[in-house]
Write a protein that binds this ligand. Structure first.
Ligand code: ZN
Length: 330
């Protein structure tokens, strides 16, 4: 049985239970928060976050994947204060998030640059997975990168290839933030396939932001899992459209390629206060899928068993398949 890294250490893939595959606990521009948001640093922030995760556990969710990587304010000691107060498994991630340039520490450091060296991001990401992050001993269980409407900018491509090469070394699976309106999931699949990644080990994130079934089928036909992962964000697409798209994909036989999530956070400096976040996106919280989406999916004819596939079987396969393939290779 494959062992999956969580903040409490490795667990059997079978113990992941019901998984929200694309979430955050804290989401921030760390430098901004350090200078302008003293409210983040009290114990109260971790206590409130843990209470939200405990409510999620009571609703039946056992595991969340926190996709907060470099560029989104990852800070494991803060997260550890939350993990200590909840039974929800938290899988943390490594990688980098940018729509354009690489993070500044890599601008002059890398192959062919002023400080010429083998790609340092690969060494960083591998260390996060093998040894643990920032001296905490907590190991990353997922890789993450991004591409948005700017397309495959040089910095975006450099990170994507570093993520792919880290995957080849470690067997840890990959989630990519994409912008479906530019069909960037297809670009992701091309680049990762060029790097030898089995596309079954890849979640194409934010697929739920489109109603373009042909595009979604193309991605799924190459083996990837689709992240229907922004429930509660209602300004780009309506909740009804999100639900109709999932129902359509299920009826077309693609239930094995779908996952459900919110992409939300307990605390974020993307809004000036927690109240402002809640006011701007009142449905964007961990319980939204349970409260609103599941009843609507059932009403639309999706079965309980199909919902379990999206919550349990598909995430488990995502983590297990790459690990198994890797262990037979090495
Ligand atoms: Zn996200």
């Amino acid at each position: 049985m494959s062992r999956i890294e969580t903040m409490r250490g490795p667990i059997d893939a079978g113990a992941l239970g019901r998984v929200l595959i694309h979430e955050h606990v804290f989401l921030m521009h760390m430098e901004y928060t350090q200078n302008y948001r003293p409210d983040f640093f009290g114990d109260e922030t971790a206590v409130r976050a843990a209470a939200k995760l405990n409510a999620l556990k009571a609703a039946g969710i056992d595991t969340i994947v926190d996709l907060t990587v470099l560029g989104l304010g990852r800070h494991i000691p803060n997260l550890a204060k939350v993990a200590a107060r909840t039974d929800v498994n938290i899988i943390v991630s490594t990688g980098a998030y940018t729509f354009d340039e690489v993070p500044a520490p890599f601008a002059f450091y890398g192959p062919g640059l002023l400080c010429n060296a083998p790609e340092p991001m690969i060494a960083h990401f591998v260390r996060d997975i093998v040894e643990g992050i920032g001296g905490t001993g907590i190991k990353a269980g997922e890789l993450k990168c991004a591409i948005d409407t700017l397309g495959l900018r040089p910095g975006v491509e450099r990170i994507m290839r570093a993520v792919a090469r880290t995957h080849a070394i470690t067997g840890v699976p990959i989630t990519v933030h994409t912008a479906p309106q530019t069909e960037s999931g297809l670009v992701v699949q091309r680049v990762l396939a060029e790097e030898g990644v089995n596309l079954e080990d890849v979640i194409i994130g934010h697929c739920g932001d489109t109603t373009d079934i042909d595009y979604l089928m193309k991605l799924a036909d190459k083996g990837s899992i689709l992240g229907m992962d922004r429930f509660g964000i209602n300004f780009t697409i309506t909740p009804e459209q999100r639900i109709r798209t999932i129902t359509d994909m299920v009826h077309r036989g693609y239930v094995d390629h779908l996952t459900l999530s919110h992409d939300c956070a307990c605390w974020s400096d993307f809004f000036p206060t927690v109240d402002a976040y809640n006011a701007a996106m009142p449905d964007h919280h961990y319980l939204h899928i349970h409260q609103k989406v599941l009843p609507a999916l059932l009403e639309a004819g999706v079965t309980h068993r199909q919902i379990e596939k999206m919550f349990v079987d598909n995430p488990r396969r995502h983590f297990e398949a790459a690990a198994k393939r890797f262990s037979t290779k090495s």
